[in-house]
Write a protein that binds this ligand. Structure first.
Ligand code: ATP
Ligand code: MG
Length: 397
């Protein structure tokens, strides 16, 4: 039974003086996330490595899942902790650990033993540990083969206060620890793209809040619930998401009645951006995030993006999916678990009043002159902001 884990991280190891800040943030995140599941855990930060020790009663799969999905973690290794450091015992316990890790019938790969010794009083040096353990394992498991240059598996033996043995590596999500890079405001729709976009930015260490525009009664309560559900799935990686739900009906109707229909989508999207920026600034966000991708639909041609982007005055707009093909986005949404919810068939406020032939090369000047006709829009924007609903979305337990 494995009760300890070694967690490795990549980028945050090279941040010079800031390194401790990042390590502390990572340990804090791991602790917080493990607190939400059953079991008692101790997170130890020691010389550039993080160890997690679990008490007797814990769910192995859930624990690994939580750790590997913590932003910043690149690898999770299950560690066998050997208390009795007497060499024969270490060898026997290592053999048992390998059987548990790989299965008795699968011990037929090439390997190499690596060792670290922080307990300098231990009777053997690291090269001796490697050599002796290598011999022992070859004898015990005749189908193993040593390959010091390109081994399939590395078997680590670390001599510390206890002996730690590990080999199998579980890939983590990587990225940067949450909260090390401020906060951003995600424009979250019910589609496939925007949840993925939010996830990708959060993975770089940013906290996320979100805004959703709905148009009741044209869009249903169920469509709104779907967006809350998506936010909840994303929050299992990002922690709390304050979701601002904006009633967009009046604004949308007003644009529909006042502006040329082929410009509807673009003008609507510009107002979404403007409102999102207001909410973002109110909430100390440093950027907006959208799920836009070049050419995916008429409102996302390079010309359209230029026009939409113009509506935002003071914040950068992060578009992590800008160069992704749809299939690549679908793959990520399946990995992070948002796909099944995203494809549920509920109407979207963008699809209610769409023009049959939307402009694909909107001229900014024309769009702006159409918008001049929207003389009452400012008060509508204020009203939409005032009547917003805020849902504090936290992960499902
Ligand atoms: P998605 O799958 O994210 O819905 P999409 O392909 O449907 O994307 P659009 O509807 O053109 O694309 O929207 C582009 C981006 O604008 C979305 O990724 C999202 O960030 C934002 N957006 C669109 N509709 C809404 C909405 N109703 N509320 C909040 N943001 C929205
Ligand atoms: Mg959409």
């Amino acid at each position: 039974m494995f009760q300890a884990y070694l967690l490795k991280y990549a980028e945050i190891g090279i941040k010079g003086k800031n390194r401790y800040k990042f390590e502390n943030a990572l340990c804090g995140q791991i602790e917080k996330r493990l607190n939400h599941i059953d079991g008692k855990y101790k997170v130890i930060n020691e010389r550039g490595r993080i160890y997690v020790e679990a008490s007797e009663d814990f769910d192995r799969d859930e624990t690994v899942e939580v750790m590997k999905n913590t932003f910043g973690v690149t690898q999770v290794c299950e560690v066998k902790v050997i208390e009795d450091k007497e060499w024969n015992n270490v060898c026997e316990e290592t053999a048992k650990a390998l059987i548990e890790m790989y299965g008795e019938n699968n011990l037929n790969f090439t390997f190499k033993v690596k060792s670290r010794r922080s307990d300098k009083r231990y009777a053997m040096t690291s090269p001796e540990v490697c050599m002796e353990m290598g011999h022992f394992l070859l004898e015990r498991f005749p189908d193993l083969k040593v390959d010091v240059h390109e081994p399939k598996e590395i078997i680590w033996v670390e001599i510390r206060d206890k002996v730690y043995v590990y080999s199998k590596i579980i890939k983590g999500v990587g990225g940067m620890p949450l909260g090390t890079n401020g906060k951003a405001m995600l424009l979250l729709s019910g589609g496939i793209d925007s949840p993925v976009a939010g996830y990708m930015i959060a993975r770089r260490g940013m906290l996320i809040d979100a805004v959703y525009f709905h148009a009741p009664p044209y869009t249903s309560e169920r469509a709104k619930e779907k967006v809350v559900d998506l936010a909840r799935i994303v929050s299992s990686y990002t922690g709390l998401i304050n979701l601002h739900i904006i009633n967009f009906t009046d604004i949308q109707m007003y644009i529909y009645q006042t502006c040329p229909h082929d410009e509807l989508t673009i003008i609507m999207r510009r107002y979404m951006m403007k409102i999102a920026e207001r909410i973002a600034l109110e909430n100390d966000c440093l950027a907006l995030i959208t799920g836009e991708s070049i050419g995916q639909v008429a409102s996302q041609t390079a010309h359209s993006l230029l026009t939409t982007n113009d509506a935002v005055e003071s914040l950068p707009v992060y578009r992590p999916l800008i160069a992704f093909d749809k299939q690549d986005i679908v793959d990520i949404s399946q990995e992070i678990g948002t796909y099944e919810t995203s494809i549920l068939p509920f109407e979207d406020c963008c699809t209610i009043f769409v023009a049959k032939h939307p402009v694909t090369k909107p001229g900014l000047k024309y769009i702006q002159s159409s918008e001049k006709k929207l003389v009452d829009i400012d008060s509508m924007v204020e009203k939409a902001l005032e009547t917003r609903e805020i849902v504090h979305v936290t992960p499902k337990r």
